[in-house]
Each structure stands twice: as structure tokens, then as C-alpha cells.
Design a protein around this ligand. Sequence first.
Ligand code: ZN
Length: 283
Amino acid sequence: MRLIRFGEPGHEKPGVLDANGTIRDLSGIVRDITPETLADGLLDKVSGVKIDDMPAVQGAVRIGPCIKRPGKIVCIGLNYKDHADEAGMERPSEPIVFMKATSSICGPNDNLILPLDYEKVDWEIELGVVIGQHASYLDDASVESVIAGYCIVNDVSERSFQLARNGQWTKGKSADTFCPIGPWLVTKDEIQDPDNLPLKLTVDGTVYQDSNTAQMIFDVKTLVSYVSKFMSLEPGDIIATGTPAGVGMGQKPPVYLQPGNELVLEIDGLGVQRQTIVEMARA
Ligand code: ZN
């Protein structure tokens, strides 16, 4: 299933795409797509529904983040060999784990707002793993059973906040709109092999990132089980699995996002995100 949330910010309704790509309204079946409704058996409820009997949504609608406010976004750093090389950093011997504020989440096609005092805002297309069940101390063999599905994540990053302002990476990763997710939460049964998905990002039509999750240093199973040994994973949590080469910081000379730029992100089977870059209005 390709689950979706549609409507204006804060008023999104749950939906599902039918075979023709039309959104069908699920609000008669489930309240919303949230950590709580996922924990409460949302996927089972929806999988028993005849999608074509649900009301079709007419006209153009905004697409919201595919999950309402997950409990946490866990990110993996330097997980592609080519990206570690372009960043001039050693390939990690264990996954690098950091957090991104959940208030940064926005819809997949919402404007990406450059924060006040920005200098170096950069893109990172990533495969997001959405957790469906409470999990801790997982072994690799148990990982499959706790995954709900997958979505695209843009791990937007302000490199000067991240790298030149002391401390951890969190400051450069957490501004409002720095985490577009979706357009869809694609249930795991639709993705044959999450470790073999082409992913591609363009800025104003120029391809910058063009890779495959097969290039990851640590695969999906390893990452989910690894993270679960340091914290409990809960329904709705997202693990962003790292980005391949081709970020702006890695260009010679570096390229960073400017007002008016258009980002397009695509992962096979997970849909497309489109963001326009805008400046924040100074109060
Ligand atoms: Zn990242």
C-alpha cells in the first residue's frame, strides 16, 4: 500500500493511493497516520479494506508528511562509501548515529525555508525506514518484523551550523522544513529489496545525486538492529539511512541552495518530492 496524508498543514487526512494513483480517503477507517494509530494496528485495518470502495479525493490537494509527528528521527552519517570519500572522512567502522528534531518535518512538496543567518544549506536524499512496532535489542533476523515501510527523506543540512559552530551535528539538521518526508509511506510488502533501490536528486534539472542503496556501507537490517541496541524504537520512528555522494558540499567548488532553486528527489517505488527554496521572512 502507498499511504498518504493530504490536506492543509495541521489538518491532514489519511489516504491511500489506488491502482490508478488516485487518492482514496481513509478517514472513515482510521483517524490519521500517527505513531499511535500505527501502534494500534493501522496497517492491518487498512489492508482489510477494499480501496476502490473508499471515496476518491477530487482536485489538487497538498500532500502532508506521510506520518504525523513521529517520536524521533534517527539519522545515519557517512553510510555511503562514495559520500564518506567526498566528505574527506574515513569510512566508519560502526554506524554513526545522530538525531534530527521532529519539528523539522514537513510535506514532501512544501517550500524549503532557508533559516535566518544561513550560509551553506545542502541536500541529502535518503531512504527512510519507518518502524511499525516497539523494538529493542533486535537481532538481524527480527528486523523485518518491526518495519512498517519506507519513505523518501531529504535530510536537509546547514553545513556551517553543522560543522563550524561547535558541538554535534544536530544544529545543522533541525531547522523548520529541514525534513521533508513522503510523499508516501510505502508498506514493506511493496519493496522487494530495500538494499537495492536507485535514488536520484536534481537541483534545477542538474543531476547531483544518482546512486543506489546497494552502495550503503551498513545495510537496512544492520542499521535497524544496531540502533535498537542504543534506544528503543517505537511505531512511527524514522531511521534515515544516510546519503550517497553528490551533496553540495562535495562539489568543486561547493554548491549550496539559493532562493528560487527547485529540488527534485526520487527513489524507485517511493515516489517523488519537489521543493522550492525560499528565504525566511525576517520579523
Ligand atoms: Zn543525512
